[in-house]
Unconditional design. Structure first.
Lengths: 271, 323, 532
């Protein structure tokens, strides 16, 4: 189990590192065209080969990591930033109209898969990477709200919360002082999982043109470019594909490992 | 007793149905409002920059754009309820007909994938749970860990590369339709369904396994063993049905993921489904089509969750009592 | 030959030694009670007999049921034995049944699993007979009932029915009544006893409750840390106890504390015609929502310096009353005043009333935020003070409170998981004491503790009464504890106070029929001559 955590940390670190490095250095300019060297399979000069414009795939993957990580990270931030307070609030007012309202609202948002939100936003405002962030972020809100509320509800039953109430503390203070610290582990674990799901979702949205637009490089768009050429240049599909798989795998292993490490009794809704 | 069960089931269904209708009403308002704020007038977009004001006004009234928004909303909802989804701005054909045609691709695809993923996941999850910690479990879990990480549209491209381009077992794109028989239609949807189903099956298998393991540590499993049931008998007779409760939730959620996934997968296989329809409509700014397709997608997600709620009550007698 | 003969049983789980050299036997028709505190290995002895041990367990020694040795029998062979030759009843009736199967199906399963040839109808008929035999007649408890439609005691009867359906030779009951109310406990114990006598079954009873042991068993086995320290026929053992640990255990169970004289009375807490209703969900589709009256016209007064007890079974409304007294719940009628001021003042708590009142809860593991240190935990009530002490004053208050409950100032920087259950309960008392409240509520405060620890906490309470002139309300289901630590007692049933009076009088001469039933049902520890 420890090995999984280590492997997860390592994989995630590699891609995070690649994304950061790409700000200052990439083997080639990721946008530089080099038609004579197009569709090259991996070789010494281009370690991961080139695409149909002769662009260096390694450089594109590095810069693409930036987009993926940024989109997924901000989306998780939106989900946590709005979902966690909503969940805490609903739990503090359990059984009241407010709780019902928040939870029904959650259910409703849940009925809009992120691609549907992205479709709506794109239809109205046009395409762009921000759409992907908003779409995935909105979808994350009910995820975090639900998991926070669920964990908070069981904490509210505990006697130490009762003791805090007897000490005259109000629901908001108890939520921040007693509930939140006890759900942090759960949120960290769910956060890594939503992060990895965000990367998958971003790739999907960019692939169908609802996410990052040229010239912003992204793994999903690299796959869209690869589609028609997959039979003559399979590496164009394999390179970004493996980048996605390895990042997501790393984050998932990290999440699982953290869960086992932080609290073996923790249960996380993996959806 | 039986009567009691019946009325409690009825009350439960009624409550769920009520919440289904409220959800649909709110969803329709949200979708309508989002589309309404869309900048640009579809009529002027369709006619181009140099349209005559009279032609524009005529088109606007033809499309029903000249009445107040509230009225348009209710006209739209009334249309949805009667199956009249309006007329496409670009194609000038009834939207319901366009959607109807595409639905015959998207819906079978989602159901096909759901069936495949359930058929794969249940045995895998049960197998892993019953071999907890052993080589079989570790193998299945490793495979699912990978499966969860694979983007379905990338997997679809790889399937096309192997089975269509190299082996030529399937066509690389397009859809023959159902006219040539059920099985040739099914054959055409097989690769997309596999691409959709495998990653979902990986998630479902993991949920199945962990849910079963949770149930295995329940007190009543020990009671069952004390009666003389073998581990396996206890698992099948007492564990499975109880483990099914969280699994049902995931199956419900999966449907929405499958639907979303199928929109993307249709691009890989050039399938004439709802996904392609919606992308064409976005680029043509045919918002009435986008609006209706989105409403349909949301409706199906809400409907599936309603069905899952009913399935819960069928599996768990406590839920019927609680409502 | 004995029915069950365990010889030199050693058990370790993942390398941890659980049982050492356990040797015991049970004759047919004999009731043997194994007792001891938590960690004594009594439950593991039971599970080892059934061979239902957790993963990673390894045993040496022999467990002979008749002429068959459980320790070297195949799994298939064991499955044939379980449910057929030996049955088992567990502690938690609420979770011991499959929630999604009818009780009929679950009882019939015992029969069908051991007899492939029997028809479903015949098995169900036999299941119905067995259920009737354990006190669940078909006209009121048809086979089609689900577990959630039954009470705890009724569920335990179903579990017993499953265990005895095939009239096994040995019945093992692992704390079968610990989760049940005292009147239900008495019924279940009677049932187990009569079943054992009627069928000539050997009954291996695992329990921590020494009064139950003394009442029920033919023979007693006392265990401690995985070893048998003493065993013998009940009468002989009780009156001629040899091992110091058994002596300590039985003395602690019947532990009496000498409360100091109460200071002169003055009215403190006054409850008048209190009513608390809960809304129920609708019975019919459109019918009106019903209400459930959890507290029904309750009135009582608590004098300053008085030690008041509140007894009643689960669901009688004592938890609701506790929450109402603490001002945590809105009530629908009547009033609660503390020193003349109302306790409940809506969502904004009235701090001046709250600071006069503190509470100690039952669960020593759930009462503390695991992420805070002891100093922060016990100073939480300072929130109630207009000017909470800081710096030196604060640390002095912490030291004082910790010392008062028998801990040291050094414990202030530790986390709660570093303490045992008894120590945690001391910390809980320190938390209640730190703002010198005028009233403390003890909500089942010693119910989760082992008897020896419980005796220490009760002693502490008596000491604190002397030192701080405590006024408290002691809420408990345990009559023997209430009897020793209170001056006056309230008896509660279905939301009403059915009887109240001086503790001694109520226990010796109960007036209300319910109080009489309650006291009659509570198993009593016999006088144990020299050690008492």
């Amino acid at each position: 189990m420890k090995r999984n955590l280590l492997f997860g940390v390592l994989l995630s670190a590699v891609f995070l590192f690649a994304a950061i490095i790409s700000f200052v250095w990439t083997p080639y300019d990721h946008a530089a065209l080099d038609i004579p060297n197009k569709l090259k399979s991996p070789y010494a000069a281009h370690l991961l080969g080139t695409d149909h414009f002769g662009r260096d795939l390694l450089s594109m993957v590095m810069v693409g990591a930036r987009t993926s990580i940024a989109v997924a990270l901000v989306a998780v931030g939106i989900g946590m930033g709005l979902g966690v307070p909503l969940g805490l609030w609903a739990a503090a007012r359990q059984g009241t109209f407010l709780d019902e309202l928040i939870m029904r609202g959650n259910d409703l948002v849940f009925a809009f898969p992120s691609i549907v939100i992205a479709i709506l936003i794109t239809a109205v405002f046009g395409a762009g990477a921000v759409n992907a962030i908003i779409a995935i972020g909105i979808f994350n809100i009910p995820v975090f709200a639900r998991i926070t509320r669920g964990a908070a509800l069981s904490l509210w039953q505990r006697e130490f919360i009762m003791a805090a109430r007897v000490a005259g503390k109000n629901a908001a203070r108890i939520s921040v002082e007693h509930i939140l610290p006890n759900v942090t582990n759960l949120l960290i674990v769910q956060g890594t999982i939503q992060f990895s799901l965000g990367i998958l979702a971003e790739a999907g949205l960019s692939y169908v043109g609802l996410g990052a637009q040229p010239p912003t490089p992204s793994w999903g768009r690299m796959l869209a470019d690869a589609q028609t050429l997959v039979s003559i240049a399979p590496h164009m599909a394999l390179v970004p594909g493996f980048a996605i798989i390895l990042t997501v795998l790393g984050l998932n292993l990290l999440g699982d490992g953290l869960r086992d490490h932080l609290d073996p009794r923790l249960r996380v809704a993996r959806t | 007793m039986l009567r009691h069960t019946f009325t409690s089931m009825l009350r439960y269904t009624f409550k769920r149905l009520l919440s289904l209708m409220i959800s649909l009403a709110v969803a329709s308002i949200v979708i309508f409002m989002v589309i309404e704020v869309a900048p640009g007038d579809p009529a002027s977009f369709m006619l181009g920059m140099n349209a005559q004001p009279e032609t524009l006004a005529a088109l606007r009234s033809e499309l029903g754009l000249d009445v107040p928004k509230i009225e348009r909303y209710f006209t739209w909802v009334a249309g949805l309820l009667t199956g009249d989804f309006g007329t496409s701005y670009t194609y000038r054909t009834p939207v319901s007909q366009m959607i109807g045609d595409r639905l015959w691709v998207s819906l079978p695809l989602a159901l096909y994938a759901l069936t495949l993923s359930t058929l794969l996941a249940f045995p895998a999850g049960i197998y892993a749970a019953s071999r907890r910690g052993q080589a079989g479990d570790i193998g299945v879990m490793g495979a699912t860990q990978l499966g969860v990480a694979v983007p379905n549209f990338w997997f679809a491209m790889i399937l096309v590369l192997i089975f269509s381009i190299n082996l030529r077992w399937f066509s690389a794109g397009g859809f023959v339709g159902w006219d040539k028989g059920f099985f040739s239609g099914l054959h055409g949807l097989t690769l997309p369904a596999i691409a959709l189903a495998l990653p979902q099956a990986a998630i479902l298998a993991r949920v199945m396994r962990s849910s079963l393991l949770d149930v295995l540590s329940e007190d009543f499993m020990r009671t069952a063993r004390a009666k003389g049931l073998t581990q396996r008998q206890a698992l099948w007779r007492h564990g499975l049905r109880n483990a099914l409760i969280p699994v049902l939730t995931i199956i419900g959620l999966q449907f929405s993921f499958l639907l979303a996934g199928s929109i993307i997968i249709e691009q890989v296989f050039y399938l004439p489904g709802l996904g392609r329809l919606v992308f064409q409509s976005i680029s043509a700014r045919d918002l009435i089509v986008v609006e209706s397709v989105v409403m349909l997608l949301v409706f199906s997600v809400i409907l599936v969750n309603f069905l899952v709620d009913l399935a819960y009550a069928a599996v768990d007698p406590r839920l019927r009592a609680r409502s | 030959m004995s029915l069950l003969q365990i010889t030199n049983l050693n058990l370790s789980i993942h390398g941890f030694d659980i049982l050492h050299d356990v040797t015991l036997s049970i004759e047919a028709g004999e009731i043997v009670a194994v007792t001891g505190e938590s960690g004594s290995g009594k439950s593991m002895t039971a599970l080892a007999t059934m061979q239902l041990l957790p993963k990673g367990a390894s045993t040496t020694g022999h467990i002979l049921l008749g002429d068959k040795d459980m320790t070297d029998m195949s799994e298939a062979g064991l499955c044939k034995m379980r449910g057929n030759e030996m049955g088992m009843v567990f502690q938690e009736p609420m979770t011991a049944l499959n929630p999604v199967q009818t009780i009929g199906a679950q009882v019939a399963e015992t029969i069908r699993i051991h007899d492939a040839a029997i028809s479903r109808a015949a098995a169900e008929e036999q299941a119905a007979k067995t259920l009737s035999r354990v006190g669940l007649p078909q006209d009121r408890f048809p086979l089609s009932r689900y577990p959630h439609e039954l009470s705890g005691g009724q569920r335990q009867r179903v579990v017993i029915a499953m265990a005895i359906a095939l009239r096994p030779r040995l019945l093992i009951a692992d704390e079968p009544t610990t989760a049940l109310d005292v009147t239900t406990q008495a019924q279940i114990l009677d049932l187990l006893k009569s079943l054992a006598r009627e069928d000539g079954m050997g009954l291996l009873m695992i329990t921590h409750d020494l009064a139950v042991v003394a009442d029920l068993a033919d023979r007693i086995i006392v265990m401690r840390k995985g070893k048998i320290v003493e065993q013998g026929a009940t009468h002989t053992l009780l009156h001629n106890m040899q091992h110091p640990y058994s002596k300590m255990l039985f003395a602690a169970a019947g532990h009496q504390v000498a409360l100091p004289k109460a200071p002169p009375p003055a009215p403190l807490l006054e409850v008048k015609n209190l009513v608390r209703d809960y809304r129920l969900s609708r019975k019919t589709l459109f019918g009106p929502a019903g209400t459930f009256r959890a507290i029904d016209d309750v009135s009582f007064a608590l004098q300053r310096g008085e030690r008041l007890g509140l007894v009643g079974e689960s669901g009688c409304g004592k938890s609701t009353l506790t929450r109402a007294l603490l001002g945590l719940e809105q009530t629908q009628g009547g009033s609660i005043t503390l020193a003349g001021e109302p306790v409940f003042t809506g969502n904004a708590p009235n701090l001046s009333v709250r600071r006069k009142m503190q509470v100690v809860f039952q669960d020593p593991f759930g009462s503390f935020n695991p992420r805070h240190r002891v100093d922060r935990l016990i100073t939480e009530p300072f929130h109630l003070l207009p000017k909470p002490p800081t710096g030196k004053d604060r640390s002095r208050a912490i030291d004082e409170a910790l010392t008062a409950v028998g801990l040291t100032a050094k414990d202030a920087t530790k986390y709660i998981h570093q303490f045992s259950g008894g120590q945690r309960q001391r910390i809980a008392i320190a938390r209640a004491l730190i703002i010198r409240p005028e009233l403390i509520l003890f909500d089942e405060a010693v119910s989760a503790l082992d008897v020896s620890v419980r005796a220490q906490i009760l002693d502490l309470l008596a000491d604190l009464c002397g030192a701080y002139d405590l006024t408290y309300l002691f809420i408990s289901h345990d009559l023997s504890v209430v009897r020793t630590v209170t001056d006056r007692v309230l008896v509660m049933k279905s939301g009403k106070i059915v009887e109240q009076g001086v503790t001694q009088d109520v226990f010796e001469n109960p007036q209300h029929t319910y109080t009489q039933t309650l006291i009659a049902a509570a198993p009593v520890l016999p006088d144990i001559g020299a050690t008492a």
